[in-house]
Design a protein around this ligand. Structure first.
Ligand code: NAD
Length: 313
């Protein structure tokens, strides 16, 4: 009896979400979703949407999964960068990639981004929310506008990406109850412990872990896992190494590293903080993303990839 009652409640629940998904998907033909994509058991059968994919971690993640045969929508504020990368990956890896110009802090833009990806590929299996920005500074340095801008991308952006991706994933799951889905936030070690003179960023990333855990609880009944990955410093990426605006240069000029005379001194200071002795690399994070997708029995986690610099308690 209990089982029957539960089954009815489940059907009603799924019906409600089926209807909600149809409302959102004014440009998406629901029946087409599963018909086109079929089962999504392996990486090559999956459709990815990666935000912040024009450079850095997002670019590397999009590239790696395209190389494994997945279809990938690369989204970025830098639409040209995303489209150029998509053209290169489609050609290099003989798979289908598209570039989409999008601002993750705008609800309309995120809705259009998800619609465009689903229109093109006929579905969405993995959302990687990677777009992020950082504005370092003390309380005297950071204006309310700076604070809201950082949170608008890192925190609100993750919420919006999850909201629209989950609607599509629920619709897919309602048709095919065996289908598996992942929403992954590229968070940071600064989401696991405070960061001096970097509170706007650290706060946005701590918040991202609260969202990850809460979304995981809400979306588990729909076969959608939600996890965060918390990388250490990508010292070879543009955020750190850009000769004009990179953090090595900024930190040298701001005197943040005592005694540092060159950007090489700043780099050595940050490498020395890592028990495994080097900065994080894109392939370290790709391995973590792949693990999170393939591990069917874990959700709501924040997985550090920090060379031992930050350890879970
Ligand atoms: N670089 C690091 O050391 C490091 C360490 C830990 C975590 N992370 C996280 O990894 C993610 C990627 O960082 P990265 O170093 O590759 O950064 P990056 O600056 O190299 O690339 C970020 C990309 O996001 C895009 N972007 C910025 N704002 C956007 C918006 N509103 N909408 C859409 N796209 C936008 C940019 O155009 C850029 O292409 C971020 O969430 C960051 O917090 C980075």
């Amino acid at each position: 009896m209990l089982e029957i009652v539960f089954a009815n409640a489940y059907d009603e629940h799924m019906e409600k979400h089926r209807k909600n998904a149809v409302v959102f998907k004014d440009r998406i033909d629901q029946a087409r979703i599963v018909a086109q994509t079929g089962r999504n058991t392996g990486i090559p059968e999956r459709i990815f949407l990666v935000t912040g994919a024009a450079q850095g971690f997002g670019y590397g993640i999009a590239q790696a999964f395209a190389a494994m045969g997945a279809k990938v929508a690369l989204a970025d504020m830098n639409g040209k960068g995303a489209k150029d990368a998509a053209a290169i990956f489609s050609n290099d890896f003989n798979t289908d990639c598209i570039g989409i110009e999008s601002n993750v802090s705008s609800e309309e833009s995120v809705r259009d981004m998800v619609s465009e990806a689903v229109d093109h590929f006929g579905g969405l299996d993995v959302m990687v929310s990677c777009a992020g920005i950082l504005k370092a500074g003390n309380l005297e340095d950071i204006s309310k506008e700076d604070f809201e801008r950082v949170n608008g991308v890192n925190y609100t952006g993750f919420f919006l990406c999850t909201k629209y991706a989950a609607a599509v994933m629920k619709a897919q799951r309602a048709i095919d109850p065996t289908r598996l889905h992942d929403i992954i936030e590229i968070n940071s070690k600064s989401g696991l412990e405070g960061s001096k003179a970097n509170f706007a960023y650290a706060g946005s990333k701590f918040g991202g872990i609260g969202l990850t855990q809460s979304f995981a609880l809400e979306l588990a009944p729909f076969g959608i896992k939600v996890n965060a990955i918390c990388p250490g410093n990508l010292l070879d990426g543009p955020l750190w190494s850009d000769p004009e605006r990179g953090l090595f240069k900024q930190y040298l000029e701001a005197g943040k590293v005592p005694g540092a005379k060159t950007t090489a001194d700043v780099r050595a200071f940050y490498e020395a903080k890592v028990p495994l002795g080097r900065g994080c690399r894109v392939d370290d994070v790709v391995r973590a993303v792949k693990y999170v997708i393939e591990q069917e029995y874990e959700t709501g986690q924040a997985l550090p990839v920090t060379g031992g610099q930050v350890m879970l308690r």
